[in-house]
Design a protein around this ligand. Structure first.
Ligand code: ADP
Length: 498
């Protein structure tokens, strides 16, 4: 059974940040909630209160939307040349780099994830996202369009204009990365923003707000209102003066966002859940496919929408791959994320722990067997054993529903021509992977899978330039790359008779 390593001291800048109740960022000022309320954020490694945070509700959201509207219509932001927006975004990336250790520790304490990954994944990726989007600010172009109307000459062209005030609601699994994925394209396009971080993990977004201020973004361009989903989040999604809402989170809440957005028909983009198939063919290079499949499900404690949670393995190598993934799971050093030796941390919250354990119970009750793991780890903190479930059937809840924890269902297949059918047997369509040495198999399967991403002989490869998003109930739209920018622009057609 896995054990939990001992905790480590945190650095003094972070300790100071955690001492005072954290305020919200509205119109360039740090303010308390209109209600005066605060809420607690917890350290998932211990279950203890980490910090107090001002609790925004519909009144604060309204204040923030007004500030964002004012900044969109008046003052320096609408007149700012694209190169200046690019410079500000680049400066923000530099400030993230300057404060990387502090941000990494804060992220780890608030979310639970291993400091190792906060350092090498979360913080550098956030900086990279802002740098990439900085480049786009000067490259948002329309086009000239030939017109076929007879008897006169026309000159027609398109402009891509910022969509306006964007409401952005983000989850807790990659708090800083999610903030950068949302803010980067919106600011590059010239929008103003009200960002609502997840109630479980508001701290790095609030620290980012301080860096945004230091970078020199005009007041009101970015507003950050921490609070709960049903209050602050719902108010933002429904607000009549918000032009666009961008959401990342569960499919269930995605539906609520769509309904709330219908009032003023604001534009909506959604990055939702997944139950991604990870397919290992008989000819795969198992030295890569086995650790790759373990990483696909255990990275970030499985709390990643793209997680490879349905592992399909050709029956000729099924036992070997399952044993290999189980063996790989034993190599994780489980402990508080703040210990630099930790490679698998706690889940984010008590609620998430109960949810994942509920799925483990349901799987076992339905007849699945744990080839490894399968239980909560005793003691304080929200730790769960990395788990591989075998003897599963397609109709089981553990195969159909998103668990969002370190739990993979392993399923053998025999007919390579039939596997795509099983892979596509889901309401989701976010990500997928194929492990094979056969180029033809790789690309044939890639073409048939109904998912926004197909990885070939790799997993969890994300890039600011690579569009990411879902088919089916995994979402609407694509973040990153050109498409990410387009989510924040409106196209205007201008047609002049000459
Ligand atoms: P999870 O189930 O992974 O916690 P959620 O989809 O519940 O993810 O949460 C993602 C984000 O959506 C969080 O910022 C949360 O506060 C917010 N949220 C939750 N419920 C609502 C809602 N009804 N309206 C708007 N935002 C919400």
């Amino acid at each position: 059974m896995a054990t939990i390593a001992s905790p480590v001291e945190i650095n003094s800048e972070v300790a100071d940040f955690l001492k005072r109740p954290r305020k919200m960022f509205i119109g360039g000022a740090w303010v308390e909630a209109a209600s005066g309320k605060t809420f607690d954020t917890y350290n998932p490694a211990t279950g203890e209160v980490l910090a107090k945070v001002c609790e925004g509700d519909h009144v604060d959201i309204d204040r923030a939307v007004k500030a964002a509207r004012k900044a969109f219509e008046e003052g320096p932001w609408p007149d700012m040349v694209p190169a200046e927006r690019a410079r500000l975004l680049w400066k923000l990336a530099e400030l993230i780099d300057e404060h990387k250790e502090e941000l990494a520790e804060l992220e780890t304490l608030d979310n639970g994830k291993p400091l190792l990954f906060s350092r090498i994944v979360d913080v550098p990726t956030a900086a990279a996202n802002f740098r990439y989007m900085s480049g786009w600010a000067t490259k948002i172009e329309g086009s000239t369009i030939p017109i076929s109307m007879p008897r006169a000459k026309y000159f027609a062209y398109t402009l891509r204009e910022p969509i306006g005030v964007a409401g952005q609601i983000i989850p807790w699994n990659f708090p800083l990365i999610m903030a950068s994925l949302k803010l980067g394209p919106a600011l590059a396009a010239g929008c103003t923003v009200v960002l609502k971080p997840a109630e479980q993990t508001p701290l790095t977004a609030l620290r980012l707000g301080e860096l945004i201020q230091e970078a020199g973004f005009p007041d009101g361009v970015v507003n950050i209102v921490p609070g709960f989903g049903e209050t602050a989040g719902a108010a933002l999604a429904a607000h009549p003066d918000v032009d666009k809402v961008a959401f990342t989170g569960s499919t269930e809440v995605g539906r609520l966002i769509v309904t709330a957005a219908a009032g003023n028909l604001k534009k909506v983009s959604l990055e939702l859940g997944g139950k991604s198939p990870n397919i290992v063919f008989a000819d795969a290079d198992l030295d890569c496919a086995i650790p790759g499949s373990a990483n696909a499900i255990f990275f970030n404690q499985g709390q990643i929408c793209a997680a490879g949670s349905r592992l399909f393995v050709h029956k000729s190598i099924f036992d070997k791959v399952v044993a290999g993934v189980a063996e790989a799971s034993k190599k994780f050093q489980i402990g508080p994320g703040i210990d630099p030796a930790t490679t698998l941390g706690p889940l984010v919250s008590q609620e998430q722990l109960e949810r994942v354990c509920g799925y483990l119970d349901s799987g076992i009750k339905d007849g699945a067997k744990a080839a490894i793991g399968g239980r909560k780890i005793a003691g304080s903190g929200y730790f769960v054993e990395p788990t591989v479930l075998v003897d599963v059937r397609p109709e089981m809840k553990v195969v159909r529903e998103e668990i969002f924890g370190p739990v993979v269902t392993a399923i053998p297949f025999s007919d390579p021509n039939e596997i795509v059918k099983s892979a596509n047997d889901t309401h989701y369509g976010l990500a997928s992977a194929v492990w094979t040495r056969d180029v033809s198999t790789a690309h044939k399967v890639a073409a048939k899978i109904r998912a926004g991403t197909v990885w070939v002989n790799c997993y969890n490869i994300f890039d600011a330039a690579l569009p990411f998003g879902g088919y089916r109930q995994s979402g609407w739209g694509r973040e990153c790359g050109r498409e990410g920018i387009e989510l924040y622009t409106e196209t205007k057609a201008v047609c002049a008779q000459l």
